[in-house]
Design a protein. Sequence first.
Length: 188
Amino acid sequence: MHPGNDELKDRLGRTIILLPFQGEAPEECRVNVKIVKSPESLHISFELHTRLDSLVIPLFNPATAMRKYNLWEHTCFEIFIGGKDREAYHEFNLSPSGAWNVYSFKGYREGMITEPAITSLPFDVRRVTERGLDLTVEIDNSLVPITADTLIGISAVVEHITGIKTYWAINHPRPAPDFHAKEGWGAL
């Protein structure tokens, strides 16, 4: 018996090419994301393709691999998970420094609290000299349940040494970057 297309897609995962907001990104910079869904977890890998010396990227440091706030003010990778017909959702922030945070929201940008059920979020960061950086995280489905109607938003803030920041997402449905907008998310 051969697996159905959806089952095969779930096993093999899929690669998503994030888009910079209004094309505002240096030519040599791009962000790809691979998502693999299993019954136990979501495995998400970000690949930042660029010259690392053109970005502000904090070095990974085990001493800073802890919950921190306002990570989106610098280079940061973000994951949003919520139900299609539910207002509540979660936001995961991951810094190349090892710092992280997880927030839960009651609705669109409403009722934000630090998610108390998640007390650690291990992830891997690897510099790839010839092309940039990889960041990989596994999110256990017992922490954030994945159902048939789950939507995911994948995004990144990339800080350049020139001082500009570029905003990357699956889709940019609004006139300003807004990673919280569910119409910019995709189905798992």
